[in-house]
Design a protein around this ligand. Structure first.
Ligand code: ZN
Length: 318
């Protein structure tokens, strides 16, 4: 790769976002708000991180890219249900406005861009700071604040557009990534690892663990020790055995103890630690190739701090 430097620092991490992602309006009182992106951006400005990242605008995902994981009927429904004014409700939690379809195409397009940057050798890894989130979106269903499954669109792109044979999707959002699981449950080239509060939203039946699936449910009372044991005892052996050539992170921060979206009580340092564990696997098997995609995280202060810690690990600045 060509190292790009700011002073003595090699700029190795891409930060991919778009103003259009702010325009996705979910209505008064909804937890999935544009203030989440603003809180992260403010944190990155205040700490100087933006000076040592490379910023890229997210392109719009094309129909062809979305249709690698979604049905034509789902794409048609998202277009048809997009309101001309006001709001439309895709499910009881998932509210969209006239600008949401474009935001959702940007969110998925960010992951496409991230894969292209990493596979092209331009950047070592990438963080996609986007909304709406994606991991609950199934092949033919929007749900849980999600329209398109951003990380799945990116994983399918890595497999289809490049000479990548095996990818892992690791998901530490406090909600189980039912959409990613559904899309790749019969795909041996994709290992899906997830930790999540259980029983809890999305309330979809838990599939049994398999060669390409490691679901680790956590009790509502779980704290750092239980979370770290889940990663150490379940994720890492599976990842080390699978030897992924590319790792995607569904980076949700709603398991934080300050986040009222869940009952699990993780700390800032848990998010740093899990990122370090994933980085180590990526360096050993995937040439360091990681694309991380924002999922949940609704308490703005802890979200901003934890995303900073997460990205610092990706940047090797911790
Ligand atoms: Zn979540």
């Amino acid at each position: 790769m060509i190292p790009v430097t700011a002073g003595e620092t090699i700029l190795r991490t891409a930060y991919i976002s778009h103003r259009d992602c702010h325009a996705h309006d979910t209505g008064d009182g909804h937890p999935e708000t544009a203030r989440r992106l603003s809180a992260i951006e403010d944190q990155f400005v205040a700490t100087g991180l933006f000076d040592v990242l490379r910023y890229f605008d997210a392109p719009l995902a094309t129909d062809e890219q979305l249709l690698r994981v979604h049905t034509p009927g789902h794409l048609a429904a998202m277009i048809a249900m997009s309101p001309v004014s006001g709001y439309a409700t895709l499910d009881p939690d998932t509210v969209i406005c006239p600008e949401s379809l474009t935001a959702a195409r940007r969110a998925a397009g960010a992951v496409i861009r991230a894969v292209d940057l990493v596979m092209g050798g331009e950047m070592e890894n990438a963080f996609c700071c986007v909304r709406p989130p994606g991991h609950h979106a199934e092949s033919s269903r929007a749900m849980g604040f999600c329209m398109f499954n951003n990380i799945a669109v990116g994983a399918a792109h890595a497999l289809q557009a490049y000479d990548i044979g095996k990818v892992a999707i690791v998901d530490f959002d406090v909600h189980q990534g039912n959409g990613s699981e559904e899309m790749f449950c019969d795909e041996p080239r994709v290992l899906f690892c997830s930790t999540f509060q259980h029983p809890f939203f999305p309330y979809t039946p838990l599939l049994e663990n398999a060669a390409n699936r490691v679901n680790v449910p956590l009790e509502a009372t779980a704290k750092s020790a239980e979370f770290r044991a889940a990663i150490t005892d379940h994720w890492l052996p599976a990842l080390n055995s699978f030897q992924p050539e590319f790792i995607f992170i569904s980076a949700g921060f709603d398991a934080h103890r300050d986040d009222e979206m869940s009952h699990v009580s993780l700390t800032d340092q848990d998010f740093r630690w899990v990122t370090e564990q994933i980085m180590q696997v990526a360096e050993e098997s995937a040439g360091g190739r990681i694309v991380s995609v924002l999922e949940g995280g609704y308490e703005l202060d802890s979200l901003a701090r934890c995303v900073e810690l997460h990205v610092r690990v990706l940047m090797d600045l911790h």
